[in-house]
Structures are given as structure tokens and as C-alpha cells.
Design a protein around this ligand. Sequence first.
Ligand code: IPM
Ligand code: MG
Length: 371
Amino acid sequence: MKKKITIIEGDGIGPEVTRQSIHVLNAIAKFFKHEFEYSYCLMGAIAIDKTGDPLPNETIESCLESDAILFGAIGHPKYDNDPNAKVRPEQGLLKLRKSLQLFANIRPVTTYSSLHHLSPLKTRNIEEVDFVIYRELTGGIYFGKKELSADGTQASDDCVYTVDEIERIAHLAFQAAQKRKKHLTLVDKANVLETSRLWRKVIQGLTSKYPDVSVDYMFVDNAAMQIILNPKQFDVILTENMFGDIISDEASVISGSLGLLPSASIGKGAALFEPIHGSYPQAAGKDIANPIGSLLSTAMLLDHLEMHTEALLVRDAVNWILSNGFVTKDIDPVNFYFTSTIGELICDYISGNVADSGKRENIELRKSTII
Ligand code: IPM
Ligand code: MG
């Protein structure tokens, strides 16, 4: 198959983790005889530096013409601590989500037995944790009217949702639940917020269409607690934009590192794949970032292109490296491998070069010598 992929490396560690994913896509293309055509585009702080605009029009155009988009990370500290900044890197990502109508953000949370010890939670609480968050991505407080009074003493952000916006992501979440453990949890704040009451009403109205899915409702403050106390209880979590942003970062620590989790943002046409971690500027350029979040996002991208065997092979490769202790510094600060080495190992696995051949010695040579 021939596919067009827009690559947006973005800021901080974005370029180095995305580069590993491109190596892996090339290995997949070679092994399965596909052709991936990449176009590289700018977004974020790097785009502001080069063009003055966090999302140049060429980037939107390229995304619209692509079969999929692979994105790295966004953000730079020079904007984080400057509330007066006129342009911010994140505006690029928000505008891209809106322009491409990427209304559903899908964030799977899985755990790996070889990494259980890294989780702040007790092993018995995280064994078999496997849930997915469906976060609404183009509505709510993120995109409501924003105002700052002329004298600068009052500010507001509106939170607005329509029935259509809720229904379109709810259908996706219900369908996902049907293919999984058939359990959907709506996370909201219906005891306080009008928008949350609308979410409940819409979901209650849809339950008859999905009689095989059991539905429960949880206030977001309780959900934040339950994700830590008993994460096994969840299968599909459906929630609005802001709550989804917060609980997905919270959920990511269950697996042991924020660097492990992938995401897919899908909508009407194009689809975008990105690790959920941020730009981690302190690590940028040091070859120490964890590329797994990006690699698993690449697996989601392959699934989206209907390349399921290919996606499975990438996931197998990730399981193989994690269970063999080939991990980056966030996971093992003493005995770690470099970002690029993990990428090479995954490519070797995909090309069938390491599976049984006992190349351990060669691999050891690629280990960090910083220790
Ligand atoms: C995320 C990020 C973004 C968000 C930022 C970078 C705008 O935190 O994708 O979760 O808040 O949606
Ligand atoms: Mg976030």
C-alpha cells in the first residue's frame, strides 16, 4: 500500500522520538512492501521561531492531504512562564485539532508486568489494568469564548457543548466498549455543571442503542480518586475535553512512565497520532527520551491505515524490548539505553534480526556508558 504521512516533529524531545517512529515505519514499509511518503511540517514553538505562526497554513494543507499525521510534542518553557505572550505554541495544536475536526482523542492505558515496580501503585492494583479514555477534543472550555476585562482584573472561559458534539464521540466510545469489556463510564461533574448534565442526558438517551454495554456515571473528583484506588474497574472512560486532559495524565502514571502512552485523535477525515507526553525540554537533544509513546502511537497509526498485522508487530517489538530490560533513562536511571538504540532494536526486531538470534552481546555494546 502507498500512504501519505505528514510528520510534525514539534518541540523539545518531539523530533528525536518521532525520528525513531520514522525508522520503524521504514522498517515496516520494507518488510511488508508498503510505500510511505512523508512530508515534514512545522507546528509549535519551532514554527513560531521560523515563521512567527504556531501553525502555518502549509501544515494544515499537508495534513488535509495526508492519510495520517504523526506528531511529536509541543511547548517551550519560554512561553510557559509568560502569561502575556501573544502567541503560544499550544495554539498551534488547538487550531490543528479544530481545523481537522479531530473531535475524539483516544488514550489507551496498559501496564507491563516488567515495569510494575515503577508504578506508584501497588502491583496487585495494577495487574490487568487495561482501559481506554475517550476524551472530547474540540469543544468545552478549551474552545469557549475567552475574555479578559479591559482593566485586567477579571477573566472568563466559557464551557459550551452541543448534543451533536456529545453524540458523535459517545457513539465511538460505545462502539469501542462493544469490542472490549462492554463497560462504559461517563466522567462528568453533573452535580455542578449544566454541560455535564447535558452529557448525562445524551448518554442516557443512547444506552438503548447499545444494550450490551453497561454504563455507569462518575463525578470527575471521584474518578480521579478511583483511577488510583482501583483502576481495574474501568474499561472505556468517556469524558469532556478538560476532564480528559487531566485524568489522562493522571492515568499515565499507572504504567510507570508518562513516556509510554500513545494517543490517537480522530475525526471526520485526517487522523493524528501523538505520544501523550509533553516536550520535556530538559531532555531535548540528549538522546535519553523514551520513544515508546511515539512508537505505540505509530502502531495506532498503522491500525488506522488498516495495517493490523503491521501494528501488531510494532506492539510485539515494544513488548519484547520492555520485557528484556531495554529501557530508557526514565525507566532505569542507571542501566539505560539511548532513545536511538531503542529505535534500532525495534527496527531489528521488525526485520527479524533479533528474535531468536541471541545477539545480546551486540546489543549490550549499545548500552549507555554514562553509568
Ligand atoms: C494534551 C496536552 C494539550 C492539551 C496541550 C499541549 C494544549 O496537554 O494533548 O493533553 O491540553 O490538550
Ligand atoms: Mg494534557
